[in-house]
Design a protein. Structure first.
Length: 338
């Protein structure tokens, strides 16, 4: 392990001091530059490498197949074209009603306040999504408010991304206050990978902001492997749970990263150490550039069957696929061909 002094730094400086150069990443991990075929450099130009040093610190030095490294290192295979792998697999562009808004599910309304992420995950289904043209500005709030008032079934707003926890507490507070002013909204959900990759983001200001809201707050973090959840990260997550904030995890099933029952079992138990409950296990969205993370349906079925047989029911994440146009995530167990 490499010993950075990153834990001394606040989250803002960590966020402004990411590794974005593939060669630097390999150097830091004592890995040979031979890993980087020219295609990988091209891939990193299409979707930039971005990884916090605190996350790199959880990687194993000298291991080119480290499950955390594989999630972020640009790969020449990303340039391959594969049938069925497209730029907008979830049809989000079609579902876009107002800037920053995705309303596909009856009671839940998804709000994107930033296109920025602290980390770029190579398998991300949003890697081609045109965020920057599509963010709500302050003056859009009135339109969003009006829209919500005409959708009385909506009782939950999900801040998603991009990653909403790359925003300042001040900006978050402003949006939370706006949402609190709508009586119909009871639940605020925050989807974020930042607590896993920069645990310092869960600072006291954020905690007090969340625990003092009249909304029920749910934080859904995104961790794919137990190695991402070291003692420090777990203690930060546990701190939130101890303030009565519900914390759930979603993971993506990824070839080479967590494609074994044992990896998923370890992940669930580690999450539970921090009192974080496993929520979803997503199969890969068929996004262009991510084909090399894809698994065959029968492999998925075999892995998941073993997970089901090994874990208590409350630690089994729901295996789901998102299908464009569906009114909910589609459960996959027993239906591996979906
Ligand atoms: C996944 C998703 C949600 C939340 O779905 P849950 O099943 O409640 O977690 C809401 N809106 C959109 C557009 C989504 O993709
Ligand atoms: S949206 Fe989530 S999965 Fe996609 S790059 Fe950002 S942190 Fe990673």
């Amino acid at each position: 392990m490499i010993n950075y002094l990153y834990q001394e730094q606040n989250w803002q400086s960590q966020l402004s001091n990411l590794i974005t150069d593939p060669q630097e990443l390999l150097n830091v991990l004592d890995l040979s530059q031979d890993q980087l075929l020219s295609g990988a450099i091209l891939a990193s130009e299409q979707f930039k490498l971005r990884v916090p040093r605190a996350f790199v610190n959880k990687m194993q030095s000298g291991n080119a197949l480290d499950p955390l490294l594989l999630q972020v290192l640009p790969h020449h295979l990303e340039l391959e074209e594969h049938t069925g792998f497209v730029t907008d697999p979830l049809g989000e562009e079609a579902a876009n009603q107002l800037p920053g808004v995705l309303h596909k599910y009856k009671s839940r309304f998804l709000l994107t306040l930033t296109g920025a992420c602290a980390i770029h995950c190579r398998y991300c289904f949003r890697r081609h999504f045109p965020y920057q043209e599509n963010l709500p500005k302050n003056e859009d709030w009135l339109n969003i408010k009006q829209y919500l008032e005409h959708q009385p079934d909506v009782n939950e707003v999900i801040l998603s991304g991009g990653d909403p926890l790359t925003l300042s507490n001040r900006k978050l507070a402003l949006w939370i206050e706006r949402l609190e002013s709508l009586e119909q909204i009871k639940i605020l959900r925050i989807h974020s990978r930042v607590p896993i990759v920069i645990p310092e983001r869960l600072d006291e200001d954020l905690i007090s902001l969340l625990k003092n809201s009249r909304l029920r707050i749910i934080l859904v973090v995104h961790s794919n492997h137990a190695q991402e959840l070291d003692a420090h990260t777990c203690s930060k997550l546990f701190r939130l749970v101890s303030e009565n904030i519900t914390v759930l995890n979603q993971a993506v099933l990824l070839k080479g990263v967590n494609d074994s029952a044992q990896a998923l079992i370890d992940l669930s138990y580690r999450l539970f150490d921090a009192r974080v409950m496993p929520y979803y296990l997503h199969v890969l969205d068929k996004v262009k550039g991510a084909h090399h993370f894809d698994l065959e349906a029968d492999q998925i079925d075999k892995i998941y069957t073993e997970v089901l047989a090994s874990l208590p029911g409350y630690l089994v994440p729901k295996l789901v696929r998102e299908i464009a146009g569906e009114k909910n995530k589609t459960p996959l167990y027993g239906n591996p061909t979906l």
